[in-house]
Design a protein around this ligand. Structure first.
Ligand SMILES: Cc1cc2nc3c(=O)[nH]c(=O)nc-3n(C[C@H](O)[C@H](O)[C@H](O)COP(=O)(O)O)c2cc1C
Length: 325
């Protein structure tokens, strides 16, 4: 699949820093794009449409200024925003109007039919990627005319799927010839290369970017992330009504009992965006990628390291176990 022009020659490694509720804001996006990874945030992280307008102005200004200073518009990676299309999102109309006004380079849609977003974003020349956890959702998004499919596999932070990354990427690649992005516990450069080997054009990395200086996560959240391993990630619907991955110690702090959660008896009691926002403030999401996250670097340093790891993984020779090798 040819890489869309807006990404071509602008990345340090083929990766997108995934949008994360209450975690990704303008600082993370600007630093990520400057370092050469596409930066994103959910529009709902801005408290009001007025604040979203300010954020988009700031991001566009910072990245535009960088391009101008460097003498090339291609000095930075493109940025994107995440729109939640679910009926419980009262901000959708206002936020979409702002996306159009600021001509956001790419838009990631979650939970819902992207048809209208595709039409309006394509009208100004932007791209639309939709996240999915099953191949049948990918087929629907493809039919709606999206440019990219984001396959969210098991072990991802947030609302993860249950299908293995290997199986999901291969299944979707068999029928989808547009941009494919793969998510699920990708925390280092070797993981980014592995996503490409599976047929993806980009890796989608969330949890790794929580543990950076520029993320908006609380210091205690970042500290817990360094302490946890994949064994402490619990997949439960108790917070959203939809299954998502959370760090067990944060669920324990909030008074949940592990036995009840493991038995699947913790029913989602939370409805609507306001309730969910309150819940995600106290109970902290992360994916299986926590196991290999041991530091809280500045984004620039993290991306430099990821790029080195990625290049090393690209240079790996074939197995010495091969006959005649
Ligand atoms: C704290 C947190 C919040 C998230 N919030 C959102 C969100 O608002 N919208 C969305 O589309 N995905 C959200 N996600 C999912 C990520 O965009 C991405 O799919 C996931 O983090 C990738 O898996 P990884 O964390 O294992 O890298 C969130 C993930 C985390 C960890």
């Amino acid at each position: 699949m040819p890489i869309p022009t807006v990404f071509k020659g602008r990345l340090s490694l083929p990766a997108i820093a995934a949008p994360m509720f209450l975690v990704s804001g303008p600082d993370l996006v600007i630093e990520t794009c400057k370092a050469g990874v596409a930066g994103t945030f959910p529009t709902l992280n801005a408290r009001t449409p007025a604040q979203l307008d300010e954020w988009l102005e700031r991001i566009g200004g910072a990245l535009g200024a960088l391009g101008a200073a460097g003498g090339r518009a291609s000095a930075h990676a493109p940025y994107g925003v995440n729109l939640i299309l679910h009926a419980t999102n009262p901000r959708l109309a206002d936020d979409l109007a702002l996306v159009e006004r600021h001509r956001v380079p790419f838009v990631i849609t979650s939970l819902g039919h992207p048809d209208e977003v595709v039409e309006r974003v394509h009208a100004y020349g932007g791209l639309v990627f939709s996240d999915v956890i099953h191949a049948q959702h990918a087929r629907k998004a493809a039919a709606a005319g999206v440019d990219g499919i984001i396959a969210v596999a098991s072990g991802a932070g947030g609302h993860a799927g249950t299908q293995s990354a290997i199986s999901l990427a291969r299944e979707i690649r068999a029928f989808w010839h547009g941009v494919l992005v793969l998510a699920g516990a990708i925390s280092d450069g070797a993981g980014v290369r592995a996503a490409e080997v599976l047929g993806a054009d980009f890796a989608y990395m969330g949890t790794r970017f929580i543990a950076t200086r520029e993320s908006m996560a609380d210091a205690a959240y970042k500290a817990m992330l360094l302490e946890c391993t994949a064994a402490e990630i619990v997949y439960t619907d108790v917070i959203s009504g939809t299954n998502a991955n959370f760090m067990w110690p944060s669920l324990a702090q909030a008074g949940f009992e592990r036995a009840a959660l493991s038995a699947g008896t913790g029913k989602g009691k939370i409805h609507g965006i306001a309730d969910e926002a309150r819940a995600w403030r106290d109970v902290w999401s992360a994916g299986h990628g926590v196991s290999t996250i041991h530091d809280l670097p500045a984004v620039a340093d993290l991306v430099e390291r990821l790029a080195r790891e990625y290049r090393a993984a690209c240079d790996l020779p074939a197995s010495p176990a091969l006959r005649g090798g």
